[in-house]
Design a protein around this ligand. Structure first.
Ligand SMILES: CC(=O)[C@@H](O)[C@H](O)COP(=O)(O)O
Length: 267
C-alpha cells in the first residue's frame, strides 16, 4: 500500500530558528537544575531533543571542562546563566568567568531584584546587558513580560529576549498571554518564554502566542517522571509552533456546522 504523506504548507519546511545567526535544531531550551540524579537529567535532556542546555554558573563547577554537568552534556550547546546574581556587577563577573571557563560567549543574564518572587531587577539587568553586549557576548536576558523592557533590551543589542511566563519554579504557565503575544508580535529578535511553564499545554500556549522557543526547567526536573515530561515538552513546543504557523481559526460566539446541512435523512 502507498504510504500516505501529508504535505506541509509551502514554506513550512523553511521555518528555521536562529539565535545570533546560529541555526538551532530545537525550540526547547532545557534547564539542568534539580533533577533527582545526574543520569535522569542526562536522559531527560536527550529525549527532549533540546540542543541548548542552561546551567547556573554558581552551581556548575568551573574547574575546566571536567565538571559533571558539562561533561555529560557534551555535544549540546551550553548556555551558562547568571542565576542568583543581584547586581549588574555580579552578573558581569559571572558572565566573564563563564566565558573563560566554558569557552562560550553566550550568556543568559538573570539579575534578581526580589528574593521572594525572583522578579528581575530591571535597572541592573539593563546595565548588565549593555555592558555584556559591548564586551561581545551573545546576550539572552531573563526579563519581565513588559513590552517596554523587552524593547529596551532588544534595542541595546540582545540576541534574544526571554520574558517570564510566570514566576520561576511556580508552574503557573503563561500568566499574561496578552503581553506575551504583544511582545512576540513586536520583537525583531527571537522571544524565548522563560520560567513558570508547568506542563505541556503551557508550552503549547506560549508557542501559539508566537514565541520562538521556550526555556523549561522545574516542570521537567520535578515531574514524577522527568524523562517522560521532557519528551512531552519537546513535542509540545513543536506542536505549538506548528499550530502558530498553521494559523488558528477565529473564535466565534456561535455554532457553525462542520458538515453540510443539505440532504439530511428525513429532512
Ligand atoms: C534554569 C533557569 O534558567 C531558570 O532560572 C529558569 O528561569 C527556568 O524556570 P522554570 O524552572 O520555572 O522552568
Amino acid at each position: 500500500m502507498d504510504q500516505i504523506v501529508t504535505p506541509l504548507r509551502p514554506g513550512a519546511e523553511a521555518d528555521r530558528f536562529t539565535v545570533a545567526g546560529v541555526e538551532l535544531s530545537s525550540r526547547l531550551f532545557i534547564g539542568t537544575a534539580g533533577y533527582p540524579t545526574q543520569a535522569i537529567m542526562r536522559d531527560a535532556v536527550a529525549v527532549s531533543g533540546a540542543e541548548v542546555v542552561t546551567a547556573s554558573i554558581r552551581r556548575v563547577s568551573l574547574q575546566g571542562h571536567g565538571s559533571d554537568t558539562v561533561r555529560i552534556l557534551k555535544g549540546k550547546r551550553f548556555l551558562p546563566n547568571t542565576a542568583g546574581c543581584e547586581t549588574a556587577r555580579d552578573a558581569i563577573m559571572t558572565a566573564e568567568l563563564a566565558r573563560e571557563a566554558l569557552d562560550t560567549n553566550w550568556i543568559k543574564v538573570e539579575v534578581i531584584g526580589d528574593r521572594e518572587t525572583l522578579y528581575p531587577d530591571v535597572a541592573e539587568l539593563i546595565e548588565a546587558c549593555r555592558h555584556l553586549v559591548d564586551e561581545g557576548f551573545v546576550v539572552l536576558p531573563y526579563c519581565n513580560d513588559d513590552p517596554v523592557v523587552c524593547q529596551r533590551l532588544e534595542d541595546l543589542g540582545c540576541a534574544a529576549i526571554m520574558p517570564m511566563g510566570s514566576l520561576i519554579g511556580s508552574g503557573m504557565g503563561v500568566a499574561n498571554p496578552a503581553n506575551i503575544e504583544l511582545i512576540c508580535r513586536r520583537a525583531g529578535v527571537p522571544v524565548i518564554v522563560d520560567a513558570g511553564i508547568g506542563t505541556a499545554s503551557d508550552a503549547v500556549i506560549a508557542m501559539e502566542l508566537g514565541a520562538a522557543a521556550c526555556l523549561i526547567n522545574t516542570a521537567i526536573a520535578k515531574a514524577d517522571d522527568p524523562v517522560r515530561m521532557a519528551r512531552a515538552m519537546g513535542r509540545a513546543v513543536e506542536a505549538g509552533r506548528d499550530a502558530y504557523c498553521a494559523g488558528r481559526i477565529p473564535r466565534r460566539g456561535r455554532a457553525d456546522p462542520s458538515s453540510p446541512q443539505l440532504g439530511l435523512v428525513g429532512s
